[in-house]
Design a protein around this ligand. Structure first.
Ligand code: SAH
Length: 371
């Protein structure tokens, strides 16, 4: 099932012209105004680019021919190029994208979960180095721009023929969204624009390891997505080892920030908890988790580890996961067990890793152990 990306011809759009794919509509209006173009054309451009997936000015038929050619001379619209596509037996589709600087990222489409869900990356690699995550092994190459984050959604919607369908977006691909705060939030505002894809914040989930100052900023945002916090442990010592950022922002501070977080009515914070056999999956862990979350409107999403070569942990048995879930449920916590999707194509949580021309030490290690 694995594609050979060396065989794929990739045409990367390269242009020296300003890229409007990463502009919010008011910014685009300003740019147009500065060029003596009526700012209301920004609305038409948003409809073409985001709602219809058209980036070729020539095809924007409600703009005059003169305006189309002026725009083509003035600005560019950069879109990540599809460099590979793999489909899992369960319908999950992983799309490998190449960016203008030839860096590669992955985005995943998860159908019927129950809705249609796009799992989007926010960075090339990740700096968080969580002990059980393959992406973490890559290290951080760079942040994605708002154009690249929103661009993934445009490409997935186009490739999967979902431009006119409602879909959810989870920022659970490669990277830590709150470690690339400004570009991530900008991308969400662009995707939320009513003239474009109009993705409501209720259909967007930011998943974070808990960068506390960024959580505090998020709490003030007008565009307020759902929040998922990757907790994974119930003692500081345990979390220090699993999620290195805990040494900077520990469980107590993360939970405190969650308590202060303005949760909308009828909404809750999701706490993600990767289950590692013999590490954090005991009944005592479950009871500590209940105590930690006491008083927070929360739900717990248990994620049995997706095992991978190079990851020194094992997935607990289903019985062990069920027992853990039962304890949470008995204490009136809402709990779900994440079904692993796309494991056969390495598209499941924590399995996104890009084998580009330049492989990191972590990737080489993982590949060597697999081979
Ligand atoms: N950086 C963000 C988003 C990343 S991934 C975050 O940490 O929340 C989304 C979820 O997948 C996180 O909860 C992450 O901890 C989890 N994950 C990472 N590696 C995993 C693995 N091997 N198996 C199962 N879940 C994993």
């Amino acid at each position: 099932m694995r594609h050979n990306d060396r065989d794929t011809q990739v045409v990367v759009p390269q242009s020296m012209l300003p890229d409007i794919a990463g502009l919010e509509r008011p910014e685009l209006e300003t740019l147009l105004r500065e060029q003596g173009i009526e700012p209301y054309h920004a609305r038409q451009l948003f409809r073409w680019i985001f709602r219809r997936g058209v980036t070729d000015f020539d095809r924007m038929t409600d703009l005059s021919k003169t305006l189309r050619s002026r725009l083509a001379d003035l600005v560019s619209i950069t879109t990540p190029a599809v460099a590979g596509r793999e489909q899992s037996q369960d319908g999950t589709t992983k799309i490998l994208l190449e960016l203008a600087d030839h860096r590669r990222i992955e985005s995943v489409f998860i159908p019927d979960s129950p809705g249609q869900t796009f799992c989007i990356s926010t960075q090339v690699g990740c700096a968080m180095k969580c002990a059980f995550c393959l992406t973490g092994k890559m290290g951080l190459t760079r942040n994605l721009t708002a154009a690249e984050i929103a661009g993934q959604v445009r490409v997935l919607a186009r490739e999967l023929d979902l431009l006119s369908t409602r879909f959810n977006i989870v920022l659970m691909g490669m990277g830590e969204p709150l470690h690339n705060y400004d570009e991530t939030m900008k991308a969400l505002r662009i995707l939320g624009d009513g003239e474009g894809l109009a993705v409501s914040p209720r259909r967007v989930t930011i998943s974070t390891v808990g960068v506390v100052p960024a959580l505090e900023r998020l709490a003030q945002e007008p565009y307020m997505p759902n929040l998922a916090v990757s907790l994974h442990a119930t003692t500081e010592r345990q979390r220090d080892l699993l999620v290195p950022l805990n040494r900077k922002y520990n469980i107590a501070e993360v939970i405190d920030a969650c308590r202060r977080f303005p949760i909308k009515r009828r909404n809750r914070i999701t706490f993600e908890y990767v289950m590692l056999a013999g590490v954090n999956d005991s009944p005592e862990d479950a009871r500590r988790l209940v105590r930690l979350l006491n008083g927070i409107r929360s739900k717990v999403n248990l994620i049995p580890l997706n095992e991978a070569a190079g990851i020194p942990f094992a997935r607990p048995s289903d019985a062990r996961v069920d027992e853990f879930a039962r304890i949470l449920a008995d204490h009136h916590l809402t709990v779900s067990v994440r079904k692993s999707r796309g494991r056969d194509i390495r598209a499941a949580c924590g399995q996104l890793i890009v084998e580009g021309p330049t492989r990191s030490a972590g990737q080489k290690l993982a590949a060597a152990m697999e081979g």
